[in-house]
Ligand binder design. Structure first.
Ligand code: AMP
Length: 386
């Protein structure tokens, strides 16, 4: 079952129908597949483009049976999909990446323990099972620290910074308010990184893998704002990142697209922040700047097809359109102004409601040189800020 090749014409199942699910769907349709998208929200972007839509709760057993009957293979667009659902589907159809991989990745404690037990570099961390043990747990990793929920956090949600001992009380209170039986947290040393980097790696069912260029990310309040491609680092550092990414995904025996988020320390050392078992926001540039996109690779790897040859065709800068920025942009003459910028490629996700911190779209600025792409991106960001 593991090596089954899924031919064009088959129906691919995707769990989660946000922008990543929609972009996966478009890539699959282009390659001649059909797609069944399952997302509880009727307005999720993938429902607009999928061949079959399942806007039902992930706990719905009837939907589970229908979905499993219809699809030839299952993938997912984010790691917070219930692992039990993937496990049930996996009894009937291949799930790529597998439920075993998803289970390791979707719990930050499991993920960091997996990485450190195999000798991969991660920030120091400790497990927290009760809010009243916060002070002693932070003492083990040292100040400043970050406390994160072990499961279900993303884009900086479910994270608290603890800069000094006097912050402990307040964070402890916040944790107690959100505490539920069985909820765990990870307390991590705050890393004084020089840069945030990420790298995509694609691994096929035959164990062959390929990587995309190392990119540099800018975050604000835990949310990705912009990605610079390629990262301006030495070729040695880029090679180390690529090797690390391949080794991690080999060790996981993952099949699919993975993204490693990395911290670069001032001395050049790399630490893994986290792994995503799916295409990543920092890989959206691949749609416009590469010979084959991360979404097409997800289709290929999911279907057991040969992976595409990765070539960067142009330097690029990707800028996210988030919440209020997007609101201002869509309401004003923003899109006209933007479309007039040479090399700007606009992607709007068609989400009906604008909410703070919600990713509404992104723009990829292509340029003959990275300096030119950066210049165009900066002009646009200055305009958004005004
Ligand atoms: P995460 O959801 O874990 O990817 O965190 C979101 C962002 O928070 C990261 O991209 C970093 O900017 C920041 N962050 C997370 N963990 C750490 C850490 N241990 N040290 C410093 N910054 C961090």
């Amino acid at each position: 079952m593991k090596r089954a090749v899924i031919e064009p014409g088959s129906v691919l199942g995707v769990l989660g129908g946000g922008q990543l699910g929609a972009m996966f769907t478009l890539a699959a349709l282009r390659l001649g597949y059909q797609v069944a998208a399952w997302d509880p929200h009727p307005e999720a972007p993938a429902h607009r483009v999928a061949t079959h839509s399942f806007p039902f709760p992930f706990t719905d057993q009837q939907t589970l049976a229908r979905f499993a009957d219809l699809v030839s293979v299952v993938t997912y667009e984010w790691e917070n999909i219930p692992a039990e659902l993937c496990r049930s589907l996996e009894q009937r159809k291949p799930v790529r990446p597998s439920t075993a991989v998803l289970s390791v990745i979707q719990d930050r404690l499991e993920q960091k323990s997996f990485l450190s037990s195999h000798g991969f570099p991660v920030p120091s961390f400790a497990i927290l099972t009760a809010p009243d043990q916060l002070a002693q747990t932070v003492r083990r990793v040292g100040y400043p620290a970050l406390c994160k929920t072990a499961t279900a956090g993303y884009d900086g949600k479910g994270q608290w910074r603890i800069s000094r001992e006097s912050d402990v009380r307040e964070v402890e209170r916040a944790l107690s308010e959100s505490a539920r039986p069985g909820l765990r947290w990870i307390v991590e040393a705050f890393v004084p990184f020089e840069r945030e980097l990420s790298i995509l790696v694609v691994r096929g069912s035959d164990g062959q893998s390929c990587t995309y260029p190392l990119v540099e990310n800018e975050h604000d309040e835990g949310i990705l704002r912009a990605t610079k491609v390629p990262a301006q680092v030495s070729s040695g550092l880029a090679e180390r990142a690529a090797l690390l990414a391949c080794q991690v995904v080999d060790r996981l025996e993952g099949v699919g697209v993975f993204c490693l988020e990395l911290f670069q320390l001032p001395g050049g050392e790399l630490l893994i922040n986290e792994i995503a078992p799916r295409p990543h926001n920092s890989g959206h540039y691949t749609l416009d700047a590469c010979s084959v996109s991360q979404f097409e690779q997800q289709v290929r790897a999911t279907c057991g097809m040969p992976l595409g040859e990765v070539r960067l065709l142009s330097p690029a800068v990707m800028v996210n359109l988030i919440g209020e920025d997007a609101a201002a942009f869509v309401k004003g003459a923003g899109s006209r102004t933007l479309l007039a910028i040479p090399g700007a490629v606009l992607h709007l996700y068609g989400k009906p409601a604008i909410r703070p911190r919600r990713k509404m779209g992104h723009v990829t600025f292509l340029g003959e040189t990275l300096a030119l792409a950066l210049d165009h991106a900066q002009q646009f960001r200055d305009r958004l800020a005004r």
